[in-house]
Every structure is written in C-alpha cells, then in structure tokens.
Design a protein around this ligand. Structure first.
Ligand code: FRU
Length: 514
C-alpha cells in the first residue's frame, strides 16, 4: 500500500510505444545543427521518440563506426546522411539488412537498400544556379566552380546541373572546377592555390555551398588586397544553403556579399514525421522531394524578414519548451512528494488499525481470562460477592453506561452475580432464562446479550455447564446414583443428563467415578 501511490505516479507518466531513432550526420556545421534542432523540436512535441545523434565530422571511417554502434545499441530506425556515396553504403546496407527501416536524407547511397529518401533536388539546384549565373553575366563571361566533397552526391549532382545549364551558352566558359570538401577552409585553400597558379580573370565564382563561396571570396580579397590595396574588384560569388539568421546565406545576399544563394531546406520536422509514419506503419512516400527557392538581391530582403520571423517563433517555442520542461520537472517532484505523503499516511492508518485490533484482542483476552477465572471459582472465593443471589442489586451498584460495562471490574461483578444466580437455581429443573434474568434485574433479551457478549455462551449453555459441574462434584463426592444426581442438578431425564455429560466431559457419568 505504501508503494502503490508511487507506482501509480510513475505508471501514469509512462508513454507507450516508445521509439529510439538514430541520426547519423556526415558533418557538424550550422546547417546540420539547424536540422538537428528541428528534429529535436519534433521529438519534443511527440514525446514518444528518443533521438540518438552521431556526427562523423566528414570522416567515412567514423561514420561507418557510428552507424554500427547505433545498431549495436538497438535503434528502431536509422536516419542517415552518407558522407560519400560509395564508402558509407555498405554500413547502410547492414542497417537495412538487420531489419530496421532506414531513411537516407539529402545525400544518396548507391544501393537500393533504404526505406525512404528525402531531399531537395541537387541537380535542379545546380541547374537553376547555372541559369542564374548566365543571365547575370548577360550570357558572356568566365566562371569558376568550387565543388563540395567529390564522392558526396550533392557535389556530383550540383556540378552536373550547373554544367548542363551553362553548356547551353557558348559565351559562358567554366574556366575551372576546384575541389573543396564543403568547408570554408577547403574552398579558401583551393582558391588561393588556383589564384597563385593561374591568375585568369573570372566574373563569377560558384561555391557549391555558401561556406565555400565565402572561403573562395576570402582568397580573392586577400589576393586583390595584395595586388591593389583596399577594396579590390571582386567577381560575383554565389553559393547554396541560404540559411536564415546572422551570417547566414540570405543575409549575405541582402548585404551584397554574395550575389545569390539557393535555399537548401533542412526540414528536420518533416524528416521526423516521415520516420514516425514508417514506424507506425502509416502510408508514406518512398522518395520525398523538398521544394526550395533561389535567393537573389531582389527577394533576399523579404525572404530574410520572413526567415527572421520564423526564427523568432522558433526562439519563442524554444523558450516555451524550456519553461514546459521546468514545469514538468517540478510536477514530477511534486508527484513523488505527494506519492510519498500518501504512502506515509497509508502506513500510519495501517499501523493505527493494527494497534487498535491488537488492543481489542488484548481486552478480549483479558475479559476471557476474567470470565473463566470467575466462572470456575468457588463461591466463597468470589470478589464483590452480593449479599444473596436473588437479592436485587442496588441500582447504584450497577455499571451505568456502556463503557463501564466493559470494564474488567464491571464484568467481574456481573459474572460473579450471574454465577450466584445460576447456582442458587441449579437444582430447579423448571428454571427458565426469564427467571435468571429477573434475578439479575434484567430482561431476557438484555441478559442474553450481556452474557453472550462477555462469555461467548448463552445463559442456557452456562446454566447447563454449571449443572454438569455440580453433577461431577456430586458423582465423585457422594454415593448418589446417576439418576439421583441428574435430578439433583435439575435434569428431568437421566438419559439426557448422560448425553450432556458425555458432551461436556467426554465420558459417561459412571466413568467419572473411576
Ligand atoms: C552541410 C552541407 C551543406 C551542403 C550539404 C551538402 O553539412 O555541407 O552546406 O549544402 O551539406 O550535402
């Protein structure tokens, strides 16, 4: 009973079923961080999902190890952005073959072993950016491309889209394609090296993401400053990702640092919805294409305003989330405290009940002892012996209220008197319970209740046992025949006397004589 309230408290906070989802990210950067926090928010709102995140920091080896250890831990579903197509696919296959659903997102695997794929179209993105660059240069100019990690599918697809778009314009020349690895530093170093080796004039630099566009730009600025001092003339730069917020791609476009970017949607919320639909056996699309948009000088301001509004809302939700967590923690503590409180109360009640029952038992035993002792005592040894058995008792001698009646002294008094009354009427076979009651100054019913409650036997039973006891004494102390004894103690039929005697003493009267 003590544990029951606690168990109830714990029980009611349980949610079923509960899913553990592993998220294997190829990299750790602001784009991934945004996506992870959207996933976290989605999981927080659902309350039946645990997320286990792993970030491989652009290392194939690390990502393979991380996927394998997520499988060992025991996840219900794997979400994975493979660092490179070839290298991670075997680990993804292993996950799929182990029987758990696998969602590949944003970067592709080269195998068919996945449950769903969700991404924006990287080929389309490269193509739109190529068209934009061609138009911006009025179909005449020189373009440099800085690619992302060469084995990753977005780098391959964006490159294909970009070159497919530009090859339609003979006035546009892609002077070179440099190799980066999605980081700012890789693009900076590759561009710096290229600028040192072939200082050919370039009108537009396409970094396959905003960070790399900014890395290439840094290399250009440094080179220009060395050559012509402050504010060197720079080519246009464009990238992909278009993150909102301070220093994000949209702001860079608004501030004319980048000329354009393309929003590469993170949509952690949709990723989580897809995962849960799969886990709950609900219908879902195997290939989900996320929509996106080009950000240019024309629309950057509006998009940024909207993005900032969304950020404010997200921030607001984050704070709400923290506050709710705080309240929930408080609630949990209160629940435990009240559980313990009720437990202690229950324990106290049980202890009191047990003590009370023990007390009652003790009183009953005391009563029994008193009654037995008194009933078996010789008349001359009895305490509070009334003057004569038949003499009515003075009313002030009688216990007056219920409580007094239960006092050992009152019981002793009553039994002593009742014994006197019984013994004085013993020989009289006509004596009835009414006669005994009248002698005790009680009604028949009152006498019955009182005798029964004190001794557990009825007045008639006590009268009979007193007769039998007297008979026993007569049998062993006199020469009276069994019939004489039977009549002497108030029995009208010797056969009935023998029967009762046998019941009381386990032997027939003759045997009592030895
Ligand atoms: C983030 C990122 C993005 C890029 C994408 C390509 O990790 O590098 O900047 O658009 O991955 O997969």
């Amino acid at each position: 009973m003590f544990l029951l309230p606690l168990l109830l408290c714990i029980g009611c906070s349980e949610q079923q079923p509960h899913y553990t989802i592993g998220v294997s990210q190829c990299s750790a950067d602001i784009w991934r961080e945004k996506q992870n926090s959207e996933l976290r928010m989605g999981a927080y709102l659902r309350n039946d999902v645990d997320l286990l995140f792993a970030a491989a920091y652009d290392s194939d080896e690390r990502q393979v190890q991380q996927i394998d250890s997520l499988l060992r831990i025991g996840i219900d579903l794997l979400i994975v952005a493979p660092n490179q197509v070839q290298t991670i696919s075997p680990a993804i296959d292993r996950a799929y073959d182990s029987g758990i659903p696998v969602i590949v997102f944003e970067r592709k695997t080269n195998s068919e072993k996945y449950t769903a794929f969700i991404s924006a179209d990287n080929y389309e993105m490269g193509k739109v950016m190529g068209e934009y660059v061609a138009h911006r240069l009025n179909f005449q100019g020189r373009v440099l491309e800085v690619m992302g990690l060469n084995g990753s599918s977005p780098a391959i697809d964006r490159h294909r889209g970009f070159t497919d778009a530009l090859c339609q314009y003979p006035g546009i020349e892609i002077v070179d394609t440099l190799q980066g690895d999605w980081t700012e530093q890789s693009a900076y170093l590759a561009t710096q090296l290229w600028l040192e080796q072939q200082p050919a004039a370039v009108d537009f630099v396409f970094g396959q993401n905003d960070r790399m566009a900014m890395g290439a730009r840094r290399a250009y600025i440094e080179k220009g400053e060395r050559a012509s001092g402050k504010n060197p003339k720079l080519p246009y730069f464009c990238g992909i990702d278009g993150l909102p917020g301070e220093g994000g791609g949209i702001q860079l476009v608004r501030d004319s640092i980048l000329d354009a970017t393309y929003i590469y949607p993170t949509h952690g919320d949709r990723l989580l919805d897809l995962a849960v639909s799969i886990l709950e056996d609900k219908p879902y699309e195997k290939e989900v294409r996320l929509m996106s948009a080009l950000v240019t000088q024309e629309n950057a301001r509006v998009i940024l305003m909207q993005a900032e509004e969304t950020l404010r809302q997200t921030d607001y939700l984050d704070r709400l989330h923290e506050r709710t967590d705080h309240y929930l923690r408080q609630l949990d503590t209160q629940r435990i405290i009240s559980g313990m409180f009720f437990g202690v109360i229950a324990l106290l009640i049980i202890t009191l009940v047990l003590l009370y029952r023990y007390h009652l038992r003790k009183i009953a035993m005391q009563k029994e002892r008193v009654v037995n002792t008194l009933w078996n005592m010789k008349p001359e040894d009895m305490p509070n012996r009334p003057e004569t058995a038949t003499q009515p008792v003075e009313s002030e001698q009688e216990p007056t209220d219920e409580a007094d009646e239960n006092e050992p002294a009152a019981i002793s008094f009553f039994i002593t008197r009742f014994k006197e009354v019984v013994e004085s009427r013993l020989e009289n076979s006509d004596v009835s319970v009414e006669d005994l009651a009248a002698d005790m100054n009680l009604s028949r019913v009152q006498l019955y209740r009182k005798v029964k409650s004190i001794t557990g036997s009825s007045p008639v039973e006590l009268l009979r046992s007193a007769r039998l006891k007297r008979a026993y004494q007569l049998l062993i102390t006199t020469d009276m025949s069994v019939s004489e004894v039977a009549y002497a103690v108030g029995f009208t039929a010797p056969s009935y006397f023998t029967k009762c005697f046998k019941e009381e003493y386990g032997m027939v009267p003759g045997e009592a004589r030895g």
